[in-house]
Ligand binder design. Sequence first.
Ligand code: ZN
Length: 177
Amino acid sequence: MEEPQPSGQPCATPGCRESGDYRAPKTRGEKPEYQWFCLDHVRDYNKSWNYFEGMSQAEIEAYMKEAVTGHRPTWYMGGNGAVSPERLQDALARFMAAGMQTRTKAVPPLPRKLRKALEELELEHPTSHKDIKKRYKMLVKQYHPDVNHGDKDAEERFKRITIAYKELLEDYPEHGV
Ligand SMILES: [Zn+2]
């Protein structure tokens, strides 16, 4: 890994706002051109770069085509013509960006508020309107002030459960998925 060199440029990965302090080759050959990435993305980029090392252009093309078949035909140029190295580099960059986006989309973080509400009702995402109601009924029996004879903790818990319950019903509507 190269030492970081402040380049004054942003990371070349679309959507990344880090500064691009790590250099990576953009083209192969005697006078390689470079582009700049943040640390995370230069690692990803180098991985892909090394991965494709030693493959012929046709092999790289076939690989990328397979990886994206049916998903992102718009960026993949298609056709049977030869691909220029520039075109290929461009495709590689897009290929990587697409992979990164897929990774982030795969695990959408739950909003903190929703996570807290689920915890309060001892439920896990995904859950359903029906399960929320069922759980609430069960917890009400356990924590309702009437059955706890003025127990302050139970009363507090009961309030929190009720607030969480109302929030969750909004997030999981009755006829929702
Ligand atoms: Zn980056």
